[in-house]
Design a protein around this ligand. Sequence first.
Ligand code: AMP
Length: 366
Amino acid sequence: MTERARFPLGSDATIGILGGGQLGRMLALAAAKLGLKCHVLAPDPQSPAFDVVHRSTTADYTDTQALDRFAADVDVVTYEFENVPAETALFLSSRRPVLPDPAVLATTQDRLVEKQFVVDLGIGTAGFAAVDARAGLEAAIAAIGLPAVLKTRRFGYDGKGQFTIRSSADLDAAWAAIGGQPAILEAFVPFEREISVVAARGRDGQVACFDVTENEHRDHILKISRVPAAISSAHAKTAIDIATRIASACNYVGVLAVEMFVLRQGGKDTVLVNEIAPRVHNSGHWTLDGASVSQFEQHIRAIAGWPLALPQRRGRVEMTNLLGADAADYQRWLTVPGASVHLYGKAAIREGRKMGHVTVITPEQA
Ligand code: AMP
């Protein structure tokens, strides 16, 4: 890594962001709050982040000429999505610091490697087995049992590339549904709740976690996040401890989210890790209105080498995603007392597409 940048970055620095979706947009807005400039590189000329940045580049992630110019214009590079091609990260990190370190991408881009990494830290996950080809599916089921969830090892998100197998009659359909790619078979977790922890880790190793969030999905896509999660303080502490250990084990710099399941097992509640997202996360959007510092600002602070803030929650918070045609509801939300409306500036409405979100805060009883 070229350490041309001197940390902490000055307040006149330029942050380079790979990816121009709503996460890049909200990162850029947080950077602007701190006086920093952003340059976003993304392939889609209609990228929502382009509307709010100092400079933008429309280019493929493999366009080395564009990447070279981008690197020359920025002091540090970060990313808003986990599927940054390894060669892009390598190319950029020979020119500028890339944070979080791209090594974490190799772990989180592959569900099998990710699960093994978590288990090696002594943290629980659903039982899992590798399935390299259709012929391996029966053996994996014999090991894991049914029901089970077959997931592609790579490029899965929002429930894409996965299939729940309930009986041995489903095997061919499951294999076809995930496109016949190298996969992982996970035991189906009969969870009571899905929770997540959004954690920030600074260059000095300091970790600051937001309060545990409870997440409700519709059709595998996050619909509502509620904070605090309706779990005991002991389980909240366990969840925060898990996220902290994961962030520290990767020597992580920036914000990451750890998605977890809470389930009743053998008469007691257990917390299992489902997934790590090496980036700001939808379940942390509530922090924009509901906390003293947002996940986006924490990420920018971390990668700039600035001190993290200690987040304080402003009440009970509910964040609702505006998905697809829900976005047409924004006028109604504008009139709801206490509701804070965020729209991402996406022109085309598609089913399930994240168009915006709304946060409602209710003061907690003293
Ligand atoms: P993922 O893409 O792994 O985050 O999965 C998307 C959603 O599918 C999760 O948020 C859960 O609601 C559900 N899911 C994923 N894996 C499992 C599992 N092993 N058992 C039960 N539900 C799961």
